[in-house]
Design a protein. Sequence first.
Length: 254
Amino acid sequence: MTAVPLIALDSASAVDGRHIRAVTFQSVRMEYLGRVLGELDLAAAGSRALVVGSGRGVLARGLSRLGFEVVAVDPSRAATALATDADEGLGITYGTTPATELDFPDGSFDLVYCADTLEITEKPDAVLAEATRVLRPGGAFVYDTVNRTPVSRLIYLGAFQAFPGTRIMPPGRYAAQRLRRPDELAEAFGRAGLSTRGVTGFKPRNVRSLVRATRGRRRGTLTDEQLPELVDMELEPEGTKPLVTYLGHAVRRA
C-alpha cells in the first residue's frame, strides 16, 4: 500500500502546496512583471521591491536577478528560514511579518508584489492599505490571486484541498468567501488609494498535465523542480475572463 504523503506548508520534507504554486507560477509571474515594468517605464536597477507573502523566496530571487533591491516578508518563520537558506548570495533582506503589519516607512518601495495572500486573507482592505502605505506615489502594486467561480472552487477547494488523490494543501487553507473576483478587488483597490490598470488570467497549457504533475508530486515520482516544465503555465489573451487564477496590477495615486 502506498503511504499517504505528509501535507504541510513551509516544509522541505513534505508535499508543500504553497511552494508548488510558487515554482509553477514563477514563469508567468516574471513574464507579467516584464509587461508591467515596460508599461510603467519602471527600471529594475536602482529600484526597491517588496514581496509580501514571499514563502521560500522564489519570486524574490527572480526580482533580485532583474536588478531590484529586494525585501521579502512572510508571516511564517519557517518560510523565512527556508528562503534565507536558499538566497544564493543575492543579498535579499528577509523578514517575518504579517501582510497587515508591514514594518517599513511610508513610500519605501517602487514596487510591491503581493503573492499567496489575497486569496487567503480575511482582511483584504487591511492588506491593501499597508501595501499602499509603503508604496511611493506612482509606484506599482502587482499581485496574483484566485477568482471565485465554479471552476476555481472545484480546483482549489476540491482538487487541491479535499480530494485524496490530488490534495496538496492542508484543510482550511482556502475558503469560497476568501476567493475574490477581479471587480471586487478593483473596488478594494480604489478604497486603498490604488488605480487598477489591468487583469490577465493564466492557466496550464494542458489541464491533464496539471493533474499528472500534482499526482506525481504526491507520489514522490516528481520533484518540485520538475513541475514548471510539466505544468507549463501560460498567460491568457488580454480581455479573457479568468476562470481560475489571474494576475493584475495597479498604481498608487498621488
